[in-house]
Design a protein around this ligand. Sequence first.
Ligand SMILES: C[S@@+](CC[C@H](N)C(=O)[O-])C[C@H]1O[C@@H](n2cnc3c(N)ncnc32)[C@H](O)[C@@H]1O
Length: 260
Amino acid sequence: MAPDYEQFKKDILQLTGIDLNAYKERQMRRRISTLCTKYGFSDYHAFYQDLKVNPEHREQFMNYLTINVSEFYRNPMQWQILESKVLPELLQGRKSLKIWSAACSTGDEPYTLIMILKELFPQVQVKLRATDLDDKVLALAKEGCYPAKSLLNLPKNYVTKYFKKLPDGKYQLSREIMEAVEFQQHNLLADAYDSQYDLIVCRNVLIYFTEEAKLEVFKRFHRSLRPDGYLFIGSTEQILQARTIHFEPQYSFFYKKISI
Ligand SMILES: C[S@@+](CC[C@H](N)C(=O)[O-])C[C@H]1O[C@@H](n2cnc3c(N)ncnc32)[C@H](O)[C@@H]1O
């Protein structure tokens, strides 16, 4: 494929607001080239011209780029640490929690959080904001209808209590859980971050970012947390030299904000 990728990145930033420079280049180029070839284009320029005028291709491009895989209670052992260690600690002397589920995809993660809190800490008042770059996944999250495979790791009592099986085999989440989450579109690499969060959950997206972009996001998460607040990251992720950016690795995949 012709070496016009630099221009393609600029064009895509203008067209979609996505800065491909912040994503790991080899991985992104491979994904983009696959799609470009699939549509029958031999260079990035022709592909971009198509994306400009073809909303269907543009949508597929966005979906393909953002890798939306998610599931309820993904990596159960990490959720168990949240339940038994992190939440009790965050709730010491408090009756409310402000939480941000960043890059939440189809909502599996924020809804998991709400179910856990309802079951284990029913007296706590929760404000949960869930965001993603991709408005298509947010629309699915608001529908709250999931294939059975999304629920495989979720404790069975949660499935029975909070889902209704539909005739087509999918599972509809209850209103009670859906109404507890506020969904918003948000680009971690471009938009403003809110503050005073007790807990930020951001899993399985930073792996796609360059080291520089990742570091910048971690620093911004630090500013967004309240003192002693927690950042919960994905199972293949870690913060290198966490203490230099004032995070204390507390449990696997949980970092506590050290106040400066
Ligand atoms: C693999 S999913 C992770 C979903 C969920 N956090 C989990 O671990 O199951 C990655 C999500 O990151 C989102 N994403 C990619 N780039 C983003 C960005 N710059 N800002 C916000 N979300 C982004 C994608 O749209 C996608 O929904």
